[in-house]
Design a protein around this ligand. Sequence first.
Ligand code: PMP
Length: 323
Amino acid sequence: VEWTPEKGWHDARIEAYGPLSLDPATAVLHYAQEIFEGMKAYRHADGSIWAFRPEANAQRMARSSKRLALPTLEIEDFVQSVFELVKVDQRWVPEASEGNEKSLYLRPFMFASEPFLGVRAAHHVTYMVIASPAGSYFKGGVKPVRIWLSEDYTRAGRGGMGAAKTGGNYASSLVAQEEAYSHGCDQVVFLDAAEGKYVEELGGMNLYFVYADGRIVTPEVGTILEGITRSSIIELAGKLGYQVEERKFAIDEWRAGVASGEITEVFACGTAAVVTPVGELVWEGGSLPSIPAGGVGETLRKQLVDVQFGRAEDTFGWMRRII
Ligand code: PMP
């Protein structure tokens, strides 16, 4: 779908997948004015195909578009665009079984497609959706991720783009991600830009800390990406009787909580892995011992996955039928 100030959104079409032809002066290539979403379509045992909270992705994309000076897509248009693509050929949505969480990954994205070298919001914008079958995130069972604490790089500052799902955030995190890999870690954890003191999120997942007394703490929103999984877990955990606190969470609280045994479990969540236990935390010259993967994350993971694949009742009304 194309957008110009004169015509608004127009020229919606479905085309065979293939390379794009872009003018070398296309604004997005220079100034990174782009946003995207990540979501999945799930096939249930009866063959029907469902999306998980697509309106939440639509709303997040609308918030991202405001931050990146891009035009906003109506919630219904976003949802319809994704559904229409899935309907083109539903054979791309894999059959899944318990323990084999195959799905169709969907990637809506919007970018400044105007050839223009001046720095200003583009006057021609393109919105697209592509899709790709995705296998289980974990091959051979859920395993804890080892986390690298980034002390040199931050992801987002106040007034910045941290809450937007935009490529620039990922570009700025790549060097820290490489650092994580070189230290044998799977993911990087970012601290806040202002004080370098508060835990924000992983490269692609939100974090949760479980206390022995039944409290669960997750870093507050503002500069982090508001994960759809994160907010689903807040609701689910509340229903299961946990007291969820959304607040600033200092890295020292993580260290002290693990050392004293008050923190019994740490887990991360996102669309790709749903929930993954967090094992060892590693930084330059030190590390925090791994605590065992716990029952809370596992319970929440199972409940979410069962709802997504139609094996448990959708008590929150999260699922939307596509076909
Ligand atoms: N934080 C970041 C930086 C991410 O890229 C993602 C993945 N979209 C998340 C958190 C988790 O968000 P969601 O649950 O919507 O996938």
